[in-house]
Structure formats: structure tokens, C-alpha cells
Design a protein around this ligand. Structure first.
Ligand code: MN
Ligand code: MN
Ligand code: MN
Length: 282
């Protein structure tokens, strides 16, 4: 059985529209899908409006929120929350303001290196999507400042480069509490992607659980069986539920496909059990 609790649409940095994502989910046999765009629920809302056309897919509300923890950026996925709840509206407006402020800082840092008009260019690239570094990269490629996306990140936007601005996100605990207040489940996204030491990862999970977080992404698209086992042990140790999500953004030779096979996991405490009856009844 395939489900997916971590996916992106064109409302953030994904390549497929919400409707195309639903169509892909149906074609791949994904029975339970959450669209978890970065700091916006616009993609989920669009999908909700057309999901009757895809009767084999159960749609769950979702979002991937950025936050700060111990000086680094962490991603928390919210699932099943009421998108109209006051706490969720507050979360999205705080994060949107942070994203614009961050974009302004990236723009002025690039301007001081001779690339003027970066913010305006990136906003134009973003259109109705959430502004992010990929939009700055796209603008730099289009203007001929760099030869490709990868070079833009390598020289100007990636980790430790001028465009690597992360100071404006709210704190982890605040973001988790917004999700919980809106009736949702907070999931620690891709725990191994932060490249922490084992000790630091444990500290993160302790703080996440103390803030009200209830699940950890144990299954994701590109993990080895050993990594899945490692994460399952951590989840069990801290009595957190296991979640599963591909983090699908677009098709590509090294990219995970949409949908995660639940047979890969032997879990006693799986988050998707909460929503499975709905999926099976569909
Ligand atoms: Mn992304
Ligand atoms: Mn992420
Ligand atoms: Mn993601």
C-alpha cells in the first residue's frame, strides 16, 4: 500500500500543480495523500476543490513549516489541521512575513555583489508561489549571471554563501504549537537531512516532543533500510509515531517518486493508522 504525507505542488517549489499531483497519486495507486507545501496551504485548498475527480485518493490537509532550532533551520510537517483556524492563519502570516524579510535580505546581499534587482526578479519568478532561494537562482540563470541553477547555489545561495539567510524563522516550539492548536499533528520532517550528530538529533527529538510534536518521518523516498531502522528506533524510544512521506518535488533521475510503500516499515505506532479507515472506505 502506498501513502504520501510529504509532497510539494506549484504552490511552493514543486513542479506539478495540485491537480496534477492528485492525478499522479491516483495513477501511482497512492491512497492517502497530504500536500505539504512550504509555508502555504494554497496548494491543498486548490486540490480540495477538485479532489472529487480522484475518488481513489483520500486528501489530507498539510503544510511544511520552517522554523529555527539551535541556530539551524528545521522543517515541521503539519497534517490534518484546520486550515482556517486562527492559529494556522497566524502561523502562515508570520512565516510569509519572515520569507519576504529573508528575500529582502538575500536581495540586498546579492545587490552588494553587483546583482541588482534580484528581489524583484525572484518575486517575478515566484509568481503566486512562496518566495524561496530557487527563485533567486532561476532569476540569476535567466539574467546570465550564472550558467545554471547548481552554480547559483554553489556560488551565491547555498550553505555558507551570501544568500544563505535563515535567521528569521520562528522557533521550533512556536511552530509545533500552532499546528497542534489548529487540531493538527506535528511531524518532524526528514530528521537525517539536518546531518546532525546522533547526540544532537536526540536533543532535537526531545525538544520537538516536549513542544507537542507527535510523529517523526521514519519512511521517506531516498533512505536506506538501515536509516529507516535507525529512525524507527528513535521514534520508539521517544514514543513518537512513525510518518511516511516522499518529499516529492519533481520528476528526476535521482528524485524520489510520489508515494511511499508501507511494507518497508515494521511499526507498531504508525501515524497513518489514524486516517487509514477513511482511505480504505474510499
Ligand atoms: Mn522544497
Ligand atoms: Mn523540508
Ligand atoms: Mn519538503
Amino acid at each position: 500500500m502506498l501513502i504520501d504525507f510529504h509532497t510539494h505542488s506549484t504552490a511552493s517549489d514543486g513542479a506539478l500543480t495540485p491537480q496534477e499531483l492528485l492525478a499522479r497519486a491516483q495513477a501511482r495507486g497512492v491512497s492517502l495523500l497530504a500536500i505539504t507545501d512550504h509555508d502555504t496551504v494554497a496548494g491543498y485548498r486548490q486540490a480540495l476543490a477538485v479532489c472529487q475527480q480522484f475518488p481513489t485518493v483520500s486528501l489530507l490537509s498539510g503544510v511544511e513549516l520552517s522554523c529555527r532550532w539551535s541556530g539551524t533551520t528545521i522543517h515541521v510537517v503539519g497534517l490534518g489541521m484546520d486550515c482556517d483556524h486562527r492559529a494556522m492563519r497566524e502561523a502562515l502570516s508570520v512565516l510569509n512575513a519572515a520569507r519576504i524579510k529573508r528575500g529582502t535580505t538575500i536581495g540586498s546581499r546579492l545587490a552588494s555583489r553587483g546583482f541588482s534587482g534580484a528581489l524583484e526578479g525572484a518575486l517575478a519568478e515566484a509568481g503566486s508561489s512562496q518566495l524561496g532561494r530557487p527563485h533567486f537562482a532561476a532569476w540569476m540563470v535567466k539574467e546570465g549571471h550564472v550558467k545554471d541553477h547548481q552554480t547559483a547555489f554553489h556560488k551565491y545561495l547555498g550553505q555558507g554563501k551570501p544568500g544563505d539567510v535563515k535567521a528569521f524563522w520562528p522557533e521550533l516550539a512556536e511552530v509545533v504549537q500552532w499546528i497542534v492548536a489548529a487540531g493538527g499533528t506535528a511531524v518532524l520532517a526528514h530528521p537525517l537531512k539536518y546531518k546532525y550528530t546522533r547526540m544532537k538529533l536526540r536533543r532535537l527529538i526531545i525538544d520537538f516532543a516536549a513542544a507537542g510534536g507527535t510523529a517523526v518521518e521514519v519512511l521517506s523516498g531516498r533512505q536506506t533500510p538501515e536509516q529507516v531502522t535507525q529512525l524507527q528506533r528513535l521514534a520508539d524510544e521517544f514514543e513518537l509515531l512513525a510518518s511516511a512521506g516522499s518529499d516529492f518535488h519533481r520528476d528526476g533521475p535521482y528524485n524520489p517518486e510520489l508515494g511511499v510503500e508501507l511494507r518497508r516499515l515494521d511499526s507498531r505506532a504508525a501515524l497513518w493508522q489514524r486516517w487509514l479507515p477513511a482511505a480504505e472506505g474510499a
